[in-house]
Design a protein around this ligand. Structure first.
Ligand SMILES: *Cc1c(COP(=O)(O)O)cnc(C)c1O
Length: 435
């Protein structure tokens, strides 16, 4: 396959001179798959164009936000209007109230909202809120779940006791993660043991209700309800990190899909309609602990930014339209079925594992079952890289890592689906040689 890459190559070289690794978020550098990342010139609907003039069907969706596809006309028009009214005031606006009302109306567990500018900030603030509200220090998180890059959450399983974490990055002092306990995903007994061992010390259980940052790993039957029950029994808060799943799996996120009510929810990605927005939401009773009503400090110069609020409002308005999630489900199911068929045609049944929850998809180059970080990371990364590059060369842009989700948007139509499945037949055949 010949794909012109010389302009991206030149752009990457120039970028690497002044940006670390040429990027501002590490996965974009293609380290896991090798090669040069296409530098993007523009995007519209389900398609991206790079600086060499190549076009791609996009399944990265900006790592989640682009559920409407890119540059949706209604969102663009609303934002352009907002920009003319000034881009930031450092004072309250009605837009913030309107978006908060829309969030509270969509998500039953949320009565009040605090807006921030990223998912990282949202989770960091949610953890502080849970600790402040309970007067407890410890939190439990799952191995392989990602919650942004706050110090206390950059933690990996230590070699000793199962539940004690150690920093996963230089620069994070041991003290910052000393109160972070770890449990494998989908492992209720591990959470129960941690709660019992640290009775009356656990402020919160923090979890992605559908894990989307080790590939896509759905919760086992009863897992989320089990976490809910354990938190209630031990007086800990259940924090659903719905930065990825919020407004994606349903208007009420994963909690709406699975019918579980967390105490605190974090949102990001889709809520900003492609602009930097994150949010913490909970009952008034819990939220009143935040400053200025309560003692838990939280602030942000650009929080509630009017252009970002406008993008979020326009996006949520479109998500509320009749049949939005039903249509997204149909497209996602068609892509999933087509990919499975393509893998089977390449002789890969039972050598790859497909997961799909709504419009979040993933193909692990590992045999089933994939239920947690350990089983997910058993994937064959060389086979994934071959699949990835074969797809890219055929104009299908997947996230450049085995451990990212594939996101479907409302802009993906039958032309995109067909192109994807056709490419997948050849890509799985290329990967099969390495398995
Ligand atoms: C993306 C993500 C974050 C971090 O959000 P940023 O906006 O990148 O800071 C946190 N939690 C989950 C579940 C995510 O998917």
């Amino acid at each position: 396959m010949t794909r012109k890459t010389s302009n991206s190559q030149a752009a990457f070289e120039r970028a690497r001179n002044v940006l670390v690794g040429g990027v501002n978020s590490p996965v974009r550098a293609f380290a896991a798959v090798g090669g040069v990342p296409p530098f993007i010139a523009k995007a519209r609907g389900a398609r991206l164009s790079d600086v060499d003039g190549n076009e791609y069907v996009d399944y990265v969706a900006a790592y989640g936000p682009a559920i409407l596809g890119h540059a949706h006309e209604e969102v663009v028009v609303a934002m352009a209007k907002a920009v003319r009214l000034g881009t930031s005031y450092g004072a309250p606006t009605q837009l913030e109230t309107q978006l908060a009302e829309a969030v509270a109306a969509a998500v039953p567990s949320i009565e009040q909202v605090r807006f921030v500018s990223s998912g990282t900030e949202a989770v960091m603030s949610a953890v502080r809120l849970a600790r402040g509200a309970t007067g407890r220090s410890k939190i439990i998180k799952c191995v392989g779940c990602y919650h942004g890059h706050a110090d206390s959450l950059l933690v990996q399983a230590g070699s000793g006791a199962l539940t004690l974490g150690v920093p996963s990055s230089p620069g994070v002092p041991a003290g910052a993660t000393a109160d972070t306990l770890l449990a494998p995903y989908n492992d209720l007994p591990a959470v129960r043991a941690a709660m019992e061992e640290h009775e009356a010390q656990v402020a919160a259980m923090l979890v992605e209700p559908v894990a989307g940052n080790m590939g896509v790993v759905p919760p086992a039957d009863g897992y989320l309800q089990g976490l809910r029950d354990l938190c209630t029994r031990h007086g800990a808060m259940l924090i659903f990190d719905e930065v990825m799943t919020g407004f994606r799996l349903s208007l009420a996120g994963a909690q709406g899909l699975f019918g579980i009510r967390p105490d605190i929810t974090t949102l990001g990605k889709i809520i900003g309609g492609g602009m930097p927005v994150g949010a913490v939401g909970a009952s008034r009773e819990i939220m009143k602990n935040f400053s200025p009503e309560g003692p838990v400090y939280q602030a942000g110069t650009l929080s509630g930014n009017p252009v970002a609020m406008t993008a979020g409002l326009a996006t949520l308005r479109l998500l509320r339209e009749d049949g939005f999630y039903e249509n997204l489900e149909k497209t996602s199911a068609a892509i999933d079925a087509g990919l499975r068929q393509a893998a089977a045609a390449a002789g890969l049944q039972n050598r790859v594992t497909f997961h799909r929850v709504g419009s979040m998809l993933c193909c692990f180059f590992a045999p089933p079952p994939v239920v947690d970080y350990k089983t997910a990371t058993a994937s064959n990364k060389a086979a994934f890289a071959a699949y990835f590059h074969a797809m890219l060369d055929r104009g299908v842009y997947l996230a450049p890592s085995q451990f990212e989700a594939m996101f479907v948007s409302a802009a993906h139509g039958s032309a995109e689906v067909d192109q994807t499945i056709q490419a997948a037949h050849e890509a799985f055949a290329a990967a099969a040689k390495l398995l």
